[in-house]
Design a protein around this ligand. Structure first.
Ligand SMILES: [Zn+2]
Length: 278
């Protein structure tokens, strides 16, 4: 279903692009026919496009989709940051099955609940900083665990805190005993979880500093509200509530959060700056 929704997104976006300025009519989305990382390239309509040299193209788009009710196993963004261009985009669609009552039966159709589109490098930057904050690392070609010499294909490959490779293309000597690779790196929801003070600080610092990072975190937390509950400590929710004028006396963390969400739909813009309020 994900591939179908992504293809329909490409189709609809082309319709929009063709109407933006019919006179100029400059850009369109092109497909990648191979099994490379990206799904689409935004190309110049009247120029020759060479996907090897990137001539004739403006930017690339990677599309991901997640079924809101399923686990996030398919929602993975693990492309290495050095492979991404500044302008490349990441698109994420979150969808669910909706029922329609027809006269004769109950049918379902896929309904897009929410979407994110933003700079792929910004999300990769957040992902990588938190990976390091969790004790993970990235292979350096000068000290590759495989001892590659003279050419190392593993530069930038993520290793987790135990030294296990996170991608199949990581160093061979970094396989775990029972799995070929760990595959936690880049999980769209997992990548913003934190489990230590230093990782939490890193999370808050990046969210406060970069608009794209804030957009991404807000998108995930909007669709997975329990993740937001867990990310921020009871103390932080309490201070946010007080800052917004919400009485917190005798209320549990969950109750405080419910009140904030009910009364202040824009609370995430304040939550973003919680370290400064504290
Ligand atoms: Zn190597």
């Amino acid at each position: 279903m994900g591939s179908l929704l992504e293809a329909l997104w490409g189709f609809s976006t082309n319709q929009v692009l063709s109407k933006v300025d019919p006179e100029a009519h400059t850009y369109e989305l092109g497909w990648f026919s191979d099994h490379g990382y990206n799904d689409f390239a935004c190309v110049l309509k009247d120029a020759e496009w060479n996907s090897d040299t990137r001539s004739g193209e403006l930017l690339r788009i990677e599309a991901k989709s997640m079924n809101a009710l399923a686990d996030e196993s398919k929602g993975h963004f693990d492309e290495l940051i050095q492979k991404l261009d500044n302008e490349d985009l990441l698109l994420i669609l979150i969808w669910t099955w909706e029922t329609v009552d027809t006269a004769i039966s109950q049918q379902v159709y896929p309904y897009i609940l929410d979407h994110f589109i933003g700079k792929a490098r910004s999300v990769a930057f957040l992902r990588d900083t938190l990976h390091l904050a969790r004790g993970g690392s990235f292979v350096d070609r000068n000290s590759c665990p495989d001892g590659c010499d003279p050419i190392c294909k593993h530069h930038g490959e993520p290793l987790n805190a135990k030294g296990t490779r996170e991608r199949l293309s990581g160093p061979n000597s970094c396989r775990a005993a029972n799995v070929s690779y760990a595959a936690n790196f880049g999980g769209l929801v997992r990548m913003i979880k934190t489990d230590s003070d230093s990782a939490r600080q890193e999370f808050r610092r990046n969210r406060a500093s970069y608009d794209d990072v804030h957009e991404y975190i807000s998108f995930i937390h909007r669709n997975y509200p329990d993740e937001e509950v867990n990310q921020y400590l009871a103390e932080e929710w309490k201070i946010l509530a007080e800052n917004l004028g919400v009485q917190t006396g005798g209320l549990a963390k969950k109750e405080i959060i419910n009140l904030i969400r009910e009364r202040y739909p824009d609370y995430r813009d304040k939550l973003r700056l919680i370290s400064e309020i504290l």
